[in-house]
Design a protein around this ligand. Structure first.
Ligand SMILES: NC(=O)c1ccc[n+]([C@@H]2O[C@H](COP(=O)([O-])OP(=O)(O)OC[C@H]3O[C@@H](n4cnc5c(N)ncnc54)[C@H](OP(=O)(O)O)[C@@H]3O)[C@@H](O)[C@H]2O)c1
Length: 330
């Protein structure tokens, strides 16, 4: 059986991705073969496909850290052909092991999560790492004492995949959400997800003093870099910032004053957990749960496998709204 896969190669010091024809034997070993239906496009996947940074550290390799589909064959008795499953998060899938940008995928059975009743393979991958990491961040915000009565919560990178879900879930929990975005044409989209206010990227603080007007009871930050330093100046006393991204930069410089004079807490979040290890937060995202997103179909759009490379170029340039999901057309 031959099928299409996208592979990243290292050639003459450059990273180059190419659509190739593979067989199952070309893929890394595993006891379950999945016929892929959908694969997500995260920021890190776009970096991998376009050869930016070091997401992939083994060559050649199939990128794509999240996929969902149907079991094609299984040497493990806990999975049968036809079972709906997903692989996402953790391990080396799509980074140091062949990942999800392939019409057939082979993995160890221990990496598989089941698609629960009431959900489908599109929902699993549509929510995926983006919604799950946002949910972990929101859970952390609440565990650090932030409630809807505390004040406004700002979400940076508002139109991005993760942030769109964060806005959706926070609004559903009753928070007053302020979305920050660089896309002036997308204010209506952000309000449709539940943002009460939309501000530009320069609206995170009111000036450049170490402590500025106290605007935010909390923040979900996916961009890092200078915007994170700016918003820290305007977090109110006792406020909490949950940070998990680097879209604007990997480093930032802040004065110590938000921390020692306002007791601001900066909480780092890593949502890169395999589905079988996600526990309570993942369960709360399923239908009926308090963290179940209401706008997955508005946030996510499908793209054809053939359009994946061009889409990744656009995402890295910051020109994408919401979250793309590759449809393998089955
Ligand atoms: N730690 C973890 O476990 C984890 C898990 C998931 C994601 N992440 C990270 O979270 C971030 C977001 O991921 P994603 O998949 O949601 O990405 P995404 O869909 O590309 O969203 C990123 C958003 O950030 C904003 N942005 C992009 N470039 C920017 C810049 N130079 N300055 C300021 N804002 C910029 C854009 O929103 P606007 O145009 O609306 O401003 C963009 O839509 C990435 O850094 C990713 O690596 C980390």
């Amino acid at each position: 059986m031959k099928f299409k896969a996208l592979r990243l190669y290292r050639e003459d010091g450059r990273r180059v991705s190419r659509m190739v024809e593979n067989t199952v034997d070309d893929l890394d070993a595993g006891d379950v073969v999945i016929r892929a239906e959908y694969a997500a496009v995260n920021y890190k996947d776009a970096r991998a496909v376009t050869g930016v940074g070091n997401v992939i550290s083994r060559f050649p390799c199939v990128p794509g850290v999240e996929v969902a589909g149907v079991v094609h064959e299984s040497a493990d008795p806990s999975f049968r052909p036809g079972d709906k499953v997903t692989v996402q998060g953790g391990r080396d899938f799509g980074m140091r092991r062949d990942g999800g940008y392939s019409e057939y995928v082979r993995v160890p059975a221990a990496w598989l999560g089941r698609v629960p009743e009431g959900s489908d393979t599109f929902d699993m991958v549509g929510m995926g790492l983006a919604a799950y990491t946002s949910a972990v961040a929101i859970d952390a915000l609440m565990k650090h004492g932030v409630t809807p009565a505390s004040g406004k919560i700002v979400v940076t990178g508002g139109t991005g995949g993760s942030s769109s879900f964060a806005i959706d879930m926070l609004a559903n929990l009753g928070f007053h959400v302020v979305a920050s975005t660089g896309k002036t044409a997308e204010h209506a989209y952000l309000k449709s997800l539940g943002a009460k206010e939309v501000i530009g990227r320069d609206g995170l603080t009111t000036g450049d003093k170490p402590l500025e007007e106290q605007l935010w009871a909390g923040a979900i930050d996916v961009v890092g870099g200078e915007p994170l330093a700016n918003l820290l100046r305007s977090v109110q006393k006792g406020g909490v910032v949950c940070a998990f991204g680097n879209a604007a930069g990997e480093t930032f410089t802040s004065s110590i004053y938000p921390f020692i004079l306002r007791s601001v807490q900066l909480v780092g979040v890593n949502g890169n957990h395999p589905v079988p290890e996600r526990g309570d937060v993942w369960q709360r995202m399923m239908p009926g749960g308090d963290l179940c997103p209401r706008h997955t179909r508005e946030i996510c759009h499908t793209i054809a496998f053939e359009d994946l490379q061009a889409h990744c170029d656009r995402l890295i340039a910051g020109g994408v709204r919401g979250r793309a999901v590759v449809s393998f057309g089955r």
